[in-house]
Design a protein around this ligand. Structure first.
Ligand code: MEV
Length: 306
């Protein structure tokens, strides 16, 4: 019996979501404690199982057409389009919360199938296959999420769709808080696209400014200047609000994070709900921010060292 395993994790955008879809850079951190594991085994009948789905390929196509397309292409690539298999996915990455759950699924599944077929893969191949699902899920995907859910450090994802790991010499933590409201990336990306097409000059200038912020963010990380990096996060948030993807509750959580010692805070991912990310220079402050956010109604919160 053949067996394949693949794993990935969550991510948080520190700078540059949305503008990254328009070719500008982004800085994205992995969240290693939230992960997604996929196992594939040979079977005489196809069955796909996740925490909220159990069914055949046919049924999968109705609920999760991105994953369906990915599986179809993977089987075609290995010239076994009709091969039956059992795929089991276990993930503790909250979905629709701006934390990259769909990319985490795609990457874990792709790696599991590569392993199943004993295929020596490159990151680029994992990326290319995973993007089949991501592009279908989000309408238009930058690809940044896919790189970040594979990376083991914060990445600078540039306009040529290349990712470099940023080395940080200073100790730094991020606090993630889930607002408890779903934020569908495809909806947020569409809203921003509609706004952009209505007023390309105005929204184009926001994207450009966000791109410049991400460029400066890379310099601040390299220099280890967390105070300036935090300011950039807060400036980025103001632009995300101008794009129309913030909500009053996200704004409230951001304010609470800053009041409790965060050097900067913003929504993370698509927005319209989902999560916020706050920056802290030490563990004690991170804990304080985390508990203040929980007390204010955040339904989940995590601390990650970056
Ligand atoms: C979603 O996690 C990030 C967005 O920038 C979309 C993308 O990069 O594809 C909103």
């Amino acid at each position: 019996m053949n067996f394949g395993f693949g794993q990935s994790h969550a991510k948080a955008h520190l700078l540059g979501e949305h503008s990254v879809v328009y070719g500008y850079p982004a800085i994205i951190a992995p969240l290693l404690s939230l992960n997604c594991k996929a196992e594939v085994i040979s079977s005489d009948q196809t069955l796909i199982e996740t925490d909220n789905f159990s069914g055949t390929m046919y049924q999968l196509n109705y609920r999760f057409s991105g994953i369906y397309s990915l599986l179809t292409e993977l089987l075609k690539f290995f010239q076994q389009p009709d091969l039956p298999f059992k795929l089991h996915i276990k993930s503790n990455v909250p979905s629709k919360k701006g934390l990259g759950s769909s990319a985490a699924y795609s990457v874990a599944i792709t790696k599991a199938f590569f392993d199943f077929f004993d295929y020596q893969y490159s990151d680029e191949e994992v990326y290319n296959f995973s993007q089949i699902a991501e592009n279908k899920n989000h309408g238009k995907s930058s690809g940044g999420d896919t790189y970040a859910v594979m990376a083991d450090g914060p990445i600078f994802f540039d306009s040529s769709k290349d990712a470099t790991i940023l080395k940080l010499d200073t100790e730094a933590y991020i606090v993630i808080a889930d607002s408890g409201t779903a934020g569908l990336t495809s909806q947020a990306v569409k809203l921003v696209a509609d706004n952009y097409h209505r007023d390309p000059k105005k929204y184009g200038s926001y994207f450009k400014e966000m791109g410049a912020i991400a460029e400066s963010g890379r310099e601040e990380i390299i220099a280890g200047d967390l105070v300036d990096f935090g300011d950039l996060m807060t400036r980025n948030q103001k632009l995300l609000a101008q794009l129309g993807v913030s909500t009053p509750y996200l704004e409230r959580l951001i304010k609470i994070a800053i009041k409790n010692g965060a050097l900067g805070a913003k929504l993370t991912g698509g927005g319209l709900g989902g999560s916020i990310v706050a920056l802290a220079s030490d563990k004690e402050t991170a804990n304080q921010i985390k508990s203040a956010l929980s007390q204010s109604g955040a339904t989940g919160s995590w601390i990650s060292k970056i």
